[in-house]
Each structure stands twice: as C-alpha cells, then as structure tokens.
Design a protein around this ligand. Sequence first.
Ligand SMILES: Nc1nc2c(c(=O)[nH]1)N[C@H]1C(S)=C(S)[C@@H](COP(=O)(O)OP(=O)(O)OC[C@H]3O[C@@H](n4cnc5c(=O)[nH]c(N)nc54)[C@H](O)[C@@H]3O)O[C@H]1N2
Ligand SMILES: Nc1nc2c(c(=O)[nH]1)N[C@H]1C(S)=C(S)[C@@H](COP(=O)(O)OP(=O)(O)OC[C@H]3O[C@@H](n4cnc5c(=O)[nH]c(N)nc54)[C@H](O)[C@@H]3O)O[C@H]1N2
Ligand code: SF4
Ligand SMILES: [Mo]
Length: 712
Amino acid sequence: MRPALAPPEPAKAQCPYCGVGCGLELRPAVDAAAAAPQWSVRGDRSHPSSLGQVCIKGATVAETLDRNRLTTPLWRERLDHPFTPIGWERAFALLVERIRATLAGKGPQALAMYGSGQFLSEDYYVANKLFKGALGSNNFDANSRLCMSSAVAGYSRSLGSDGPPCCYDDLDLADLVLLIGTNTAECHPVLFQRLLKRKRRQGSAFRLVVVDPRATATSAAADLHLPIRPGTDVALLCGVGHLLVEQGGLDHPFIAEHTEGFGDLLELWHRWTPAQVSQLCGIVESDLRLLADWWLDAAAALSLWSMGVNQSSEGTAKVSAIINLHLVTGQIGRPGSGPFSLTGQPNAMGGREVGGLAQLLPGYRSVADPLHRSQVERHWGFAPGSIAAAPGLSVWEQIEAMERGDLDLWWVAATNPLVSMPSLDRVRVAMARCPMVVLSEAYAGTETAAMAHLLLPAAQWSEKAGVMTNSERRVTLCPAFRQPPGDARPDWAVFAELGRRLGFVEQFSYASAAAVYAEFAGLTTGRVCDVSGLSHGLLAQHGPQQWPFPAGTEPGGGQARLYGNHRFATASGRARLLAEAPLGLAEPPCEQYPLVLTVGRYLGHWHTMTRTAHVARVVQQHPEPLLEVHPDDAGRHGLSDGAMAEVCSRRGSVRARVQITAAIRPGTVFLPMHWGASQELACEANRLMHEQACDHSKQPELKAAAVTLRSC
Ligand SMILES: Nc1nc2c(c(=O)[nH]1)N[C@H]1C(S)=C(S)[C@@H](COP(=O)(O)OP(=O)(O)OC[C@H]3O[C@@H](n4cnc5c(=O)[nH]c(N)nc54)[C@H](O)[C@@H]3O)O[C@H]1N2
Ligand SMILES: Nc1nc2c(c(=O)[nH]1)N[C@H]1C(S)=C(S)[C@@H](COP(=O)(O)OP(=O)(O)OC[C@H]3O[C@@H](n4cnc5c(=O)[nH]c(N)nc54)[C@H](O)[C@@H]3O)O[C@H]1N2
Ligand code: SF4
Ligand SMILES: [Mo]
C-alpha cells in the first residue's frame, strides 16, 4: 500500500499588491497535466493584519505568476534595433563598462536609478547601498515619490519623523473615521470590510465621513459625504479647525504641553470662516458643521487618507492639516485615534525604512545630516565622505536631467513609468535622449521596455525571499517557494553582483537575503523604525511582527502605536502645528480647459496591469476604461452615454468611452490610470497630467489637471 501523502505545508507570505498587506497562504495544487505546479491561494487566518481576509487581487495572484514573463537578459544598442538575448555575463560586463566610463567622465551625478515600493526591503536596501554608498550618487528615487512622499514629508514636518502612528485595531476602536482622499472600498478593500462590519454592528454609533469629489463605493457606506471641489482639502480642514475653536473643543493642556506653533494656526483658522470654506469647497455649510460636531463628539477620531491627499501640489500641507486637527484635540497616540496614512504599495513602508528616496538614508535618516552619513558609511564599510551631502535627483528631476542630456544611464526597476508618470510624452522624449536605459522587470512587453536598451529579467515575489512592511508597521517574511523562470534573478542579487564587479567585493558579499536584512536591521537601533530585534529567522518562526521591535523584544512584543507618551520625534519633543494657507490646484480649470480631470483606480486592476490584465475574473469585472462625466457636463459638451469622447489637456489628448453619472461632482471628470499604450484599449490618462509638484515632498499633482471634452 502506498503511504498517504501528508498535505503539503502552505507557504505564507504578505500579499504583493496593496499596502493593507494581508497574509496569504499558498498551497501547491497538484495537477499532473500542468507544466508547472499551480498554486491555490487563501487568506492566512494567523496573520494579525488581515485575519484570513483577502480581496479579488490577492485571491487571484497565483494566476499571474507564470504568464508572459521575461526570462533572459535582452539587449539592443539603439532603440530602433530589435532586442537580442545576451547572458548575464555580458549584461554585467556592459553595465560595468558604462558605469566606469561615466564615473571617469561626467561623474556619479550622471547615473540614476528609479525603483519601487514593490521591491522587497532587501532589493531596496542593496540598490540604495550601491548608488548612495558605492557609486557616490544619491540619485536613487522610487515610485513612492508619486505615492507616499507627501505622507513622509508631512509626518516628518509635523511629528519630527516619518512613521504612521496608528494600527489596524484602531479601526475597531474609533467612534469617528474620517476617510479623506481615499477610495478605501476599491483600494484597501480588506480594511474597508472591517469598517463595514463595524457599521453593520453599531449603526450610527460609529460614524464614517468621506471627503472625495466623487461619490464612490466608499462614500456609499458613509454617514456623511463631503464632495469637495478637487484640491480644496486644506481649506476644508481650516474650516473644521475654525469650528473646533469656536465651539471650545480644543485640548488646551495637550496643546500647551506637547505642541508648538499654536498661535499662528489659530490666526490662520480664524481667517477661514465656515461660510467662506463651504463656498470654496462647494459644499453646504451644515455638512461642514456636522463634521466638526462629530469630531468634537468623538472619544476617538481616526483619519485615514491616501492619494486624494498625497498627490497634490500642496500634499504635504494637506497631511499636516490633518495632523493639526488630531494634535489640537489630543486625538493621537491613544487607541482608536490618530492620523493614519494608508500606504499604497505592498512595501512602500519598507522602502521608507531602508531610505528609498533620493533625500533619505536607512533607518529614517537623511543624506543632508553629516552624522547620519557617517553612521551609514561606517556600517556599510565605505570611506568617510563616500555618501554625497546633497539630496539626489527626485524622479522628475531625473527626467529633466535626461532632457538636458545629463544622464548617461537611467536604471528603472519594478515600476512602469511610461504608464504611471505624469506628462508621459515628455518622459518618452527624455528617455530617448538617454544613451542607456536599463529596465529590471518581471514581465515581457511593458510600455517602459519599449524605450529601454537593456532588459534584466527579475525574479518576483514568491521566487525570492525578503520582507515587506504594511501600513500598520507590520513586517512579514515572504519566502521563495517557486522557481524563477529561465534566468530571472532577484533584484537585490543583481545589484550585489554588480557592486562586487565594480570592486566592492566585501561590501556586497551576502550569503542570502537574510544576511542583507540582518545588515539593515543593525542600522536601525534606536531609530523610530527600530527593527534591530527582527530577522528572517524570527519572522519565519514567529510570524509577522510590528515595529518598533528593538533587539531583545519578545515575539509579539512590537509596539502597536507610536507616541503613546506624547513625546514626538522633534528636538523639543513637541509636535509642530503648521499654519499653511490653502493654495488650491496648480493647474486650475479655465475657460479653455473648464473641467478638472482626476485619475485613480478600479478594484480589480493593479496599476499598469502587467499582472491583472491576465486574470479573466478581473478583466470581466473591468473590461475597459471609462470616462466618468456628470450629466450637466455631458450635456454642455454634447456627449452621450456609451459614446467615445476625446479628453484634451494642455499636454495632449486621449479617447475614452463616456459613462454619464451623477456620482461625480459637476466640473470634475474621472479616468482610471490602468490602461497603458500596450493595452488593446489603451487610454493613457497620464499623457494629460502635469508634473507640477509639492515643494516639500516633490510629489506631483497626479490627481488633477485642467481638461476639456469633445465628442468624437
Ligand atoms: N484596486 C487597486 N487597489 C490599489 C492599487 C491599485 O492599483 N488597484 N494601488 C495601490 C496604491 S500604490 C495606492 S497609492 C492606493 C491608492 O488608493 P486611493 O488613494 O484610495 O485611490 P485613488 O483611486 O488613486 O484615489 C482616491 C480618491 O481620491 C479622490 N480625489 C481626487 N482628488 C481629490 C481631492 O482633491 N481631494 C480629495 N479629498 N479626494 C480627491 C478620487 O476621486 C479618488 O476616489 O491604492 C492601492 N490599492
Ligand atoms: N494620474 C495618476 N498617475 C499615477 C497614480 C494616480 O493615482 N494617478 N498613482 C501613482 C502611484 S500612487 C503609484 S504607486 C504608481 C504605480 O505605477 P507603477 O509603479 O508604474 O505600476 P506597476 O504596474 O505596479 O509597476 C510595477 C512594475 O514592476 C514589475 N514587477 C513586479 N514585481 C517585480 C519584481 O520583483 N522586480 C522587478 N524588477 N519588477 C517587478 C511589474 O511587472 C510592473 O511592470 O503610479 C502613479 N501614477
Ligand atoms: S486588500 Fe490589498 S493586501 Fe489584501 S488581498 Fe487585497 S490587494 Fe492584497
Ligand atoms: Mo501608490
């Protein structure tokens, strides 16, 4: 008799899509007919962040792993040549030759990398060390610049450091949840389900307020929806502040002991009367008053935000304006309350920890700080002075450098900028001027590959080990449980190999991803994001852990919330109340372009669709991109439902099918970001968008451009 097979152990990992960071369990489904093992997915009930819940993207991720992969390095000298396969040996030789020539000629400033919040922390860490340490170029930026950079700048300016202070349990403990600039139902669905469950159980005792120019699946569940004009959030929040003062609802002892800058804020709020604010935001005054009343009523108020806040030319001020409300009412650092950014990508948080933006170094350090530079140089094993003092080029500055012919090599990894960057036509022209564009990608045929010279096949999630951190600061180990296809390699291993070949053998000789993580963890001791007690071994044995997790912390002993003692990470220990007057949109509507286009997401699709375009269930759910137009605007522009329309901005035009809906504010239209040039139904929304960005965070205003419509 054959012995019964033990059921295979599932692999456990964090979902590789959104920043909720749900735990997944993947089991090999034995199918003799299939060439490669198939995997079935379900929620991991033991994962504390998601308790077994998943959404459609997580549930279908296994269907995306094998299709359409890049399997071998490909090279072409010129963009009008076809790609030819080259082995890794030649690929590395080319990179070494070009990098050495640049270092000897123009210098390190002519090298740049644009990475991603979809890197594992290990990929991110080694890429940073390679650029900022070995090459002496701080020109390492990531797509978090388009995503969380305003949250990073806002937390740092207001609280003294990056780091979301809250945790998911706060969703169960708040009496009032303010959802501002987030379509949580579609973009952070498992958290939204958690809110819905409370709503069903507690009814009006639990209040949900949504601030969004569109009525969305999120606002459908809200007690109050404030459909503000795009770009008027700071004014709205000043109006709430005004009413809190008027009603005597401030926590004066908290303000006196734990904050600074109250005087200026009071003056600013005083100027923004409810009548003025309601008019500017395009809402009724009684709704503004209701929000202020509910804030005052709430024993615990929680604010959740995402791209409607961050992607703005005043994104950092929007974040600080949210934090201000929490500080003046003492709604921070205790259960159920606080300002809580919903992270977009699965490991944008990890990226911030390892210093994955052009101005940062690992452990929430800054390149501008001489002490931080010397600490990191020592830990990395580079001579003093190796790390440059000036912040590197942010991604848009990298594009401008290519336009001027100042970049010799632009290395893009785990992002698809020829769909996701603003001013796409300009980006394309700039890339054409760069002598060597390198792309590390898991999939074949992306829009960015069309403008690259060297394609490096990446092993992706499930094929390489490493960690990710989700929005509530919880770190999950993602093991390698599948073979990478062909010659695909983990990104971190490629960066390390290149470092060794450039002569930095000692600094880049890692035995494993676990060794990379151990080196990083050692750099975080005593920092806000202290993970010095974490290791791949501990995470494998005890499961996901929240940071701070200093050396010696018992498993499960990480901290759920930051700033419980109300000592903030500023020099004085006080949080800063920042009085910033509303500026509005960088490109307001005008006679020629009378509408505001906003661009966002659909529930089933992931960004540039390299994965989700291949999932039948998702394609069925979202077959095409739709232009949402209010009936008044449709009438004015002669558009009918289901017909095609041309959307034109100062930068170009795209065509899309019209969906007439009263769900969107008059004067505002919406397109999804997903359908790039390689899709059959291409609708390149970002050809229309502009690159004007927030001064503090350098995050472009990807949520608003002035457009007009034409029927076609
Ligand atoms: N299904 C799905 N989920 C995802 C992703 C995905 O691609 N698909 N991507 C992940 C990533 S990286 C991110 S960053 C998040 C993004 O998550 P979200 O930010 O929730 O998603 P978006 O659709 O980009 O934008 C949210 C809302 O902002 C509103 N908005 C536009 N302008 C303004 C404004 O001026 N003020 C306010 N208050 N609101 C405004 C829009 O109408 C939109 O409904 O989603 C993550 N989750
Ligand atoms: N107008 C407008 N524009 C936007 C936004 C918006 O709301 N409005 N949102 C912005 C935001 S918040 C974001 S986050 C960006 C997202 O935009 P992108 O980062 O461009 O989108 P993705 O499709 O997620 O790109 C990730 C790429 O990495 C590849 N990949 C996956 N795993 C790996 C891996 O392990 N290694 C490597 N090397 N490659 C891998 C995928 O195949 C894919 O091509 O878009 C931004 N652009
Ligand atoms: S909510 Fe986000 S993390 Fe959770 S399964 Fe869906 S995409 Fe994955
Ligand atoms: Mo994002």
